[in-house]
Design a protein around this ligand. Structure first.
Ligand code: NDP
Length: 242
């Protein structure tokens, strides 16, 4: 794809590993100035500014965004990728785990979005792109906390899109299916379960961080200038649940 983010500052939360790391590397390859936010970084990322930031902590979020503005003077794209997975049937789910899920997946998206709005309004342009999930749409046993948190992200996206449209700031969400990362315990999953899950994907291949990066780069680009408030499916056609 012919997308060049030269001169643009792109922030990716949860950029230290998993899908977020893939997004960071892709935006860097597309010439963006990339800032990765994460709780911790196992190692520096070449050519990328890394900042420790806990998205559940308003002070930490505001400090991180202030540092980006001071260092780079602009914020063009925010990808709210940081997220956690909390599984468990409602009856036995620890209420603190429920709260933690909403703290990272919902409050974190709110806090970072809120913090970048002034810079984007001043510029008269911006892109906020939020990680939702297939779990926001299709219910599955044990995914009450995670699914509800991602459904909240979808509605937050729509409302924020309508608030920020007049400033030429678009806000969109994307829904991956299942990418083998640390988050979903894929590596520990029984092979027959993996096979059954694979059968629910129309494309019959596992999703990769690059598949998400293709979509997110498009949504961040000028090609997506008239798309806002959307939830875009990037699940490989996951129409059935297991
Ligand atoms: P990972 O667990 O591999 O990575 C999540 C990243 O978010 C980690 O770097 C983690 O940091 C960071 N993070 C967690 N809590 C916080 C916090 N409080 N503040 C800052 N950073 C934090 O997850 P994935 O890469 O798999 O998922 C990325 C996003 O994509 C999530 O929003 C997830 O819900 C969504 N998604 C993933 C799917 C999948 O199948 N993997 C499917 C659908 C959606 P640390 O390493 O320090 O814990």
């Amino acid at each position: 794809m012919l997308i060049d983010f030269a001169g643009q500052v792109v922030i990716v939360s949860g950029g230290g590993r998993g899908i977020g790391r893939g997004l960071v590397e892709r935006f860097h390859a597309e010439n963006a100035t990339v800032v990765a936010l994460d709780l911790d970084f196992a190692e520096p990322i070449d050519g990328v500014r890394t900042i420790r930031c806990d998205v559940t902590d308003t002070g930490s979020v505001n400090d991180a965004i202030a540092a980006v503005e001071q260092e780079f003077g602009r914020i063009d794209v925010l990808v709210n990728n940081a997220g956690i997975n909390v599984e468990g049937a409602v009856e036995s789910l620890d209420p603190e785990r429920w709260r933690a899920c909403f703290d990272v997946n919902v409050f974190g998206v709110f806090a970072l979005s809120r913090a970048v709005i002034p810079a984007m309004k001043r510029a008269g342009r911006g892109r906020i792109i939020n990680a939702a999930s297939f779990a926001a749409i299709i219910p599955s046993v044990g995914a009450a906390a995670y699914g509800a948190s991602k459904a909240a992200v979808v509605q937050f996206t729509r409302v924020l899109a309508s608030e920020l449209g007049p400033w030429n700031i678009t806000v969109n969400a994307y829904a991956p299916g299942m990418i083998p990362t640390a988050m979903n315990g894929f590596a520990d999953m029984a092979v027959d379960r993996q096979e059954r899950l694979l059968d629910t994907l129309s494309l019959r291949r596992w999703e990769r961080p690059e598949d998400v990066a293709d979509l997110v780069c498009f949504l961040a680009s000028d090609y997506a200038g008239y798309i806002t408030g959307a939830l875009v499916d990037v699940s490989g056609g996951k129409f059935a649940t297991q």
